[in-house]
Write a protein that binds this ligand. Structure first.
Ligand code: SAM
Length: 262
């Protein structure tokens, strides 16, 4: 890797701390016939560890300059497949067809510039991920983990909480990366919820969420002014709120109810 020119535009900050790499593995209970997906293997430092415990590892790496390094670093493993392509452009369902697995995982030190699109793609795939353990920018982790009433609570927080229990694992200093980024990081696990609340229409849920949080300083009456406000009030009242409430104060159940009943 000595002469490798890291591309900032691809979020190329590689983990150089073995202790952190080991700790990431400790967060994920990989078991049985397992398939682990990794986005952005980089030089393969996390991949290697995953391959030791998983039945199969499927990686997506956008930068084919890394092919030689990865071939060399991973030559002792026969359970790793690397697709050199943009993860966001792939059909994951097609890609994993060739693998037999009973448990599916995603473990990655994500390229931060596309954290949200990656998570959205994973959720939209409807694939049964048991556990998603990812390193993300600390600030983004705080948003994912936020509770109603907190400044960081936003539509993505609610969206994630619908599907997953979120677990903040640990903070990683910027000094653990090469090159050193400007921000600290967080390892977070998203653990599949067994019982999802009934949702009539997922697209509607997304729309109601986005609209509710549209203008941060405005209340629900303003942000949902294009909906039937009488109906909105009726639903809010069931949960002891009224139209002056702000989206950042509402828990998940209220958004689910709004989306099912509007
Ligand atoms: N896993 C390595 C590690 O922990 O040191 C590298 C992680 S680095 C933060 C992110 C990696 O994602 C880089 O290798 C980068 O080339 C890759 N990447 C960036 N955008 C990508 C995309 N759209 N699809 C697949 N890989 C991507």
């Amino acid at each position: 890797m000595d002469n490798f020119i890291y591309k900032k535009s691809l979020g190329q900050n590689f983990l150089n701390d073995n202790n952190v790499l080991d700790r990431i593995l400790e967060c994920v209970p990989i078991k049985d016939k397992s398939l682990v997906i990794e986005i952005g293997p980089g030089s393969g430092n996390l991949t290697k560890r995953l391959a030791k415990v998983a039945t199969n590892v499927l990686c997506y790496e956008i930068d084919d300059r890394l092919e030689e390094v990865l071939d060399d670093n991973l030559k002792d493993f026969h359970n790793i497949k690397i697709i050199f392509a943009d993860f966001l452009k792939r059909n994951i369902k097609e890609d994993i067809k060739e693998f037999a697995y009973s448990n599916l995982y995603l473990v990655a030190n994500l390229p931060y510039y596309i954290t949200t699109p990656i998570i959205e793609k994973i959720i939209d795939s409807n694939l049964p991920f048991e556990y998603i353990t990812v390193m993300i920018q600390k600030e983004v982790g705080d948003r994912f983990n936020a509770k109603p009433g907190m400044r960081e609570y936003n539509s993505l927080t609610v969206y994630l909480n619908y599907y997953f229990d979120l677990k903040k694992e640990f903070i990683v200093s910027r000094n653990s990366f090469t090159p050193k980024p400007r921000v600290d990081s967080m390892v977070i696990s998203l653990i599949k919820k067994d019982n999802l609340l009934y949702l009539k229409d997922k697209d509607k849920f997304n729309k109601v969420l986005k609209d509710s949080f549209k203008y941060k300083r405005k209340n629900i009456k303003n942000n949902l002014k294009n909906y039937d406000l009488e109906k909105v009030l009726e639903i809010l009242k069931k949960y002891d709120y009224d139209l002056t409430v702000r989206a950042e104060d509402l828990p998940l159940e209220v958004f689910v109810s709004l989306s099912n009943n509007l």
